[in-house]
Design a protein around this ligand. Sequence first.
Ligand SMILES: [Zn+2]
Ligand SMILES: [Zn+2]
Length: 325
Amino acid sequence: MICPDVVDEVKTGEGSEDYSTRATFQFSILKQLLMDGKYEKYRGYINHYERFVKDWLFDQIVQQLSKENSLEKLEKKHLSEIVKIITYTISNIRKTTGFLRDINTFIQNMYCALGEKLVFPEDALDSIMILNTTNTEQFADYLTEFVREIEQSLAAKYDKERDIKERLKSLPFKPQDKMFTRLFGCGEVCPFCGAPCDAGGKEHAKHFTAIHRPKGLNGSTSRCTTKLVTDICSSDVTSKSLFIHPLVTGLVGHPYKDYRKYYPDWIITGDSSIKASDYWKYVMATFNERIAEEEKALPADIPWDWKALTPDDALKSLKKAYNMK
Ligand SMILES: [Zn+2]
Ligand SMILES: [Zn+2]
């Protein structure tokens, strides 16, 4: 129950506008990457998109929940609700059945009333059923008292355990996964440049992306020159160029034009007039040497106008792409 609450907390707390739509979230990540200006962070975003974004979300969740003991308050709220439900159920069974017959019926009634809220391990129930001769009235009294004690000892435990990261990691449902699906849809990336799929939600027949990136950013090189390449997918699929993905095509080049033979789930709109965005041109020009070093390739021949771009130009192009002011 804590998972949806945590997600709500992040979606309504400070800075929540960044999480209101997929576009605002993408924008806030790309803007932050630009501000940080760190190659390692871009590398994580470009090469391990899903992991990067989930880690990013996790950090944001930790930051948000560290404020004003938010996680502790949530835990205590659910704990006291559950305790109330249990004690209410016990007194309700007493009221409706008039008296508590045998322990078996009592436990069965408890199980029916609470089964949706709590998980009862079966062997635990079995061991209680053995107590068939017990005074059921007294058992119900003890149980009520015991549940109150549990509430106090768990609440005290929450006070002591300050490590929010560990506590969030122990949740059976991960808040960052839930947010990821909502904010990032399917999580698929373009097979050539690695740009994330822009189709909304998880259920769609075809993946597509509005902004393809210079392919050198994810280490694509020209086979002849071993230099990183700067072309983008929209022009490739209208050209006569070939691609090789050793695991997919083997070592034989395959025409970009017929990419759907290997990637039938992707739609890459061919348009040779589409150029890379100034944002990605700037990133490619800035980290060209670093990427080349990492990929054991030669740096790309960067057009002179890409080299002239400033972080400000990159930010402007990002704002334009995401309709931000
Ligand atoms: Zn692409
Ligand atoms: Zn998709």
